[in-house]
Design a binder for this molecule. Structure first.
Ligand code: RP5
Length: 162
């Protein structure tokens, strides 16, 4: 099975990145975690992106805050999922716009501000297209979510019935 790369622009993004790392672990996906800044070490970031496919990755999750160019810089050949990180003065709006507003032809699938768990689930969904086992695990998680909401609904209806 191919790996997923979790790349962050700074170790200050690690608390957000850990949500993705944990979710990928729950699905049994091998993960490589790196700190590579599009601004502070552009050469190393570019090299990683250029060789990611031949290094055995399926897709790249890129997390960055502020003027967040990391996800765009990672967009070479593999699908890139961008996670805009909050924590700076603009609450992540700067990172959201920097990550999502890619030019035509160079996509970055951008999730919500600090949405690292969804980034991991999207990575699993990409891999599940050609992996039945992962597809079943994803469906089981969806079924659990449905059951939890229906249980909560039943409890509320019972508590507030006239
Ligand atoms: C971005 O700048 C990083 O992704 C981080 O979110 C933000 C601040 O970085 P540090 O100054 O905390 O290293 O490049």
């Amino acid at each position: 099975m191919r790996k997923v790369a979790v790349i962050m622009g700074s170790t200050s993004d690690l608390p957000v990145a850990e949500k993705a790392i944990q979710t990928l672990k729950e699905y049994g996906i091998e993960t490589e975690v790196r700190v590579l800044s599009a601004h502070r070490c552009p050469n190393e970031a570019r090299e990683f992106a250029a060789s990611a496919r031949e290094s055995g990755f399926s897709c790249i999750i890129a997390l960055a805050g502020m003027a967040a160019h990391l996800a765009g810089a990672m967009a070479a050949t593999l699908p890139v999922i961008g996670v805009p990180c909050s924590g700076a003065k603009l609450d992540g709006m700067d990172a959201l716009l920097s990550t999502v507003q890619m030019p035509s032809g160079i996509p970055v699938a951008t999730v919500a501000i600090d949405g690292a768990k969804n980034a991991a689930i999207l990575a699993v969904q990409i891999m599940a297209v050609s992996d039945e086992g992962l597809a079943h695990k994803l469906q089981a998680a969806r079924d659990e979510g449905t059951a939890a909401v229906l249980k909560a609904d039943e409890e509320l209806r019972e508590r507030y019935k006239n």
